[in-house]
Ligand binder design. Structure first.
Ligand code: SF4
Length: 374
């Protein structure tokens, strides 16, 4: 557990906390959308430093966690083929599919490789023209542009033995789904700064207006989180619901036009299933018709695979903010990072992994006081 003196600027952190305390008059429930923000919050004990009235609910923004079991099973099927080199970022290898994971496929002789960029996979395809090379393209608006660019490049260079297994998802429809849930307690959002650095903030004002929720674009450092919370609480106390950018050092209103143009060229919006949550309309991307020949699902005819999620894993409720990880019966007992039942216990951005890693093993976390400097 980290303490406030370990923050980058402890005095500023204390001032921000004092301003939050001075502002808040009643209970508020805020959702941080991104799993990276969740890890910052739990690692630095920010939820324990905040006044009791401010509850942070962990959101669905962990790319590995929301990739449906069905897609994992498709990856396992493709990776098992003798003619395939299956490339992925390392965090997908331990995500459990039905009965095994990608490490298991590798153990059985499958050619599963960890790469650090989709362009590494494209290079492998160039060097191995007699093999089929597949890259596992998962994640949010942050990882989609480089994957789109790689497919664009494959087409341009005429590399036909490369394909993408696509499971990209979009944040705004997930916020919509959370707000439409009858069990929703969320009253405001800390939006994911890196997503907005690509997509800009243009998709949020309509959401904020329709659901009457403040949305504050927030970064990932502890001080970013505190500033995001402060701005959100100010809006809630005033009865406002606007979009604010608290991460201006990285986010412009229009986002990254070049990245957005690449997304528009290569992908088209589609309905997507989210692990443990179900299908959310218009919440993902797939390859557009022009690039369909690079779609691994079609190339390897795995689009018929259907899978049922295991009932004992409650990651769907965790991802929707309905359950804290330590409230799951399996947490820390049958489900640990070494024996994960769900992706939220595996991923470096998963809420269950954060609670386990930073020893939130008990029930309700104890609050800690920060010394005031005002
Ligand atoms: S603790 Fe394990 S079983 Fe429970 S929700 Fe998290 S990943 Fe699923």
């Amino acid at each position: 557990m980290k303490y406030i003196d370990e923050f980058q600027d402890p005095d500023l952190a204390r001032r921000l906390l004092d301003r939050i305390r001075a502002t808040v008059t009643r209970p508020w429930a805020l959702m941080e959308v991104c799993g990276g923000q969740t890890h910052t919050i739990i690692r630095h004990g920010i939820d324990q430093l905040l006044p009791d009235e401010v509850e942070l609910i962990h959101g669905p923004g962990c790319p590995v966690c929301v990739t449906p079991l069905e897609v994992i099973d498709k990856a396992l099927e493709i990776a098992s083929r003798p003619d395939v080199v299956f490339c992925s970022f390392g965090d997908m290898l331990r995500v459990p599919g039905t009965g095994r994971d990608l490490f298991g496929v590798r153990g059985e002789g499958g050619d599963v490789r960890v790469v650090y960029s989709p362009l590494d996979a494209l290079r492998i395809a160039q060097q191995n023209p007699d093999r089929q090379v597949v890259f596992f393209g998962i994640g949010f608006e942050t990882t989609a542009p480089p994957n789109a660019m790689t497919v664009h490049q494959a087409r341009k260079l005429g590399i036909r033995n490369f394909s993408l297994l696509v499971s990209h998802v979009r944040v705004p429809p997930a916020i919509e789904a959370i707000m439409n849930s009858p069990d929703c307690r969320v009253q405001a959002f800390l939006a994911a700064g890196h997503v907005c650095s690509v997509m800009g903030t243009g998709e949020y004002p309509e959401l904020a207006e329709r659901h009457r929720v403040p949305i504050v674009v927030t970064g990932f450092e502890p001080l970013d989180i505190l500033e995001g919370v402060r701005r959100t609480v100010v809006q809630l106390e005033r009865g406002e619901h606007t979009v604010e950018n608290a991460y201006a050092r990285a986010v412009r209103e229009e986002g990254n036009p070049a990245a957005r143009a690449m997304l528009d060229d290569v992908f088209e919006v589609t309905d997507r299933a989210w692990r443990g949550i179900g299908v959310i309309p218009s919440s993902g991307w797939r390859l557009s018709e022009r690039y369909r020949e690079f779609d691994a699902e079609h190339r390897f005819s795995v689009d018929g695979i259907r899978t049922v999620e295991p009932a004992e894993c409650r990651a769907g409720e965790v991802l929707q903010g309905l359950l804290k990880p330590h409230e799951c019966e399996a947490f820390g007992t049958v489900c640990t990072p070494r024996t994960p039942l769900g992706a939220t216990m595996v991923s470096s951005e998963g809420a269950c992994a954060a609670y386990y890693l930073y020893r939130r093993l008990g029930a309700a976390p104890a609050r800690r006081e920060a010394t005031s400097v005002v």
